[in-house]
Design a protein around this ligand. Structure first.
Ligand code: C5P
Length: 360
């Protein structure tokens, strides 16, 4: 049994038999072990209580394992991005190797007494129902026919529209939090379907870590949980522009398409505990992004001049990442770039579920 004293006094996760007695304004849960928990202020709708289908158990459990939870949503970098070709549905087939890094947003989910999903974000321009995190909550509630209000508070740290997957990571983190903390019964397939419908990068963030992603991005194959020492420190430089993913793909000439050779070579090397060859860390969209967005090209030059020896675009950009084997050098480069007015983050690879990555 776990007990957290939180805002509403008490929340319990009880591992044994629970029996429920519910009224519309208060939810009392009495266990066969004599434990009595009162969630005052929890409103369980009559509609919900009268549901006689398989979804009813989800709805009950959705309201009984704690009303407030905090989760982290980590950013990612793309070690490779092979764009294989244009598809009939408007998307592009990809092979990309992604790794989560320890730059993260913090999300607080609170069950509320109405039936509304409300999102509040530290960046006012993201405080709206169209935010991917709010849409993820809505999707889960609809899929399970749960009538429950949820407040999503989003402390945004990951730069927006930056090629770091921040919005996608928020959406995946929200789905996982609802699934795990509210003991929902979403199957892995249901989670994956919903994640894919929210965005091409969202499926990756359901597991995070290091993975090869194919198709639109939704076919995720985990790679090792260890990481080369030559890339121990990652410097992320976000030029002061936003780049539309759709525009980058739309403007990509077929001459920049590749096969999946680079991504496969990098996956194999990492799986074998070897550092990938730098020439395999290929990004198919980098050439055209550098050509079409001079700010990114300037930032790349500045990063190299400041002392980085390897620089690559993350996803469709505009964020660039540089790899370092030692902290002192990474820090020196970071300080020089900060002096030049750049937005820079010193980061490292992280696996959200498997603990820290092991560096070799
Ligand atoms: O899937 P997501 O909504 O993140 O994608 C944003 C846009 O990027 C898509 O509308 C599409 O134009 C482009 N895209 C693509 N091929 C992919 C992923 C994204 O063309 N595999």
């Amino acid at each position: 049994m776990k007990c957290n004293t939180g805002k509403k006094g008490c929340s319990y996760t009880y591992l044994y038999k629970l029996e429920y007695s519910i009224d519309t304004n208060r939810c009392s849960i009495a266990s066969s072990y004599g434990l009595l928990i009162l969630f005052s202020g929890f409103k369980l709708d009559k509609y919900l209580i009268s549901m006689h289908n398989a979804r009813m158990s989800h709805a009950q459990r959705a309201n009984t394992s704690g009303d407030v939870c905090f989760v982290r949503a980590y950013a990612k970098i793309n070690l490779t991005l092979d764009v294989l070709g244009h598809r009939a549905d408007g998307y592009h087939d990809l092979a990309t190797v992604m790794q989560t890094v320890d730059l993260y947003d913090t999300i607080c989910l609170t069950a509320t007494g109405d039936n509304r999903v409300k999102l509040v974000c530290t960046k006012p321009e993201l405080s709206n129902d169209n935010n991917l995190a709010a849409r993820a909550v809505q999707l889960v509630l609809e899929r399970l026919a749960i009538r429950q209000g949820v407040l999503v508070e989003l402390h945004k740290r990951i730069p927006v529209a930056a090629g770091l997957g921040g919005g996608s990571s928020d959406a995946a983190a929200v789905m996982l939090a609802l699934q795990q903390r509210w003991k929902l019964q979403l199957s892995p397939t249901e989670l994956l379907d919903m994640a894919t419908s929210l965005g091409s990068d969202v499926p990756f963030f359901l597991t995070g870590g290091l993975a090869l992603c194919e198709g639109r991005g939704e076919r995720v194959t985990a790679i090792a949980t260890y990481w080369p020492g030559s890339m121990r420190w990652l410097l992320l430089l976000k030029p002061a522009i936003s780049v539309s993913t759709a525009a980058v793909f739309r403007n990509l000439p077929p001459s920049d398409y590749t096969d999946d050779t680079h991504s496969r070579a990098v996956s194999m090397a990492l799986n074998a505990g070897q550092a990938p060859k730098l020439e395999d860390l290929h990004n198919s969209v980098e050439r055209s992004v550098l050509e079409n967005y001079p700010e990114v090209a300037h930032a790349r030059t500045d990063l190299l001049q400041a002392g980085a020896s390897f620089v690559r675009l993350s996803g469709t950009g505009p964020t660039l990442f540089a790899t370092f084997s030692d902290l002192a050098r990474a820090q020196r480069v970071k300080e020089q770039l900060l002096t030049s007015g750049y937005e820079v983050y010193l980061s490292r690879a992280i696996h959200p579920n498997a603990g820290d990555v092991c560096v070799y």
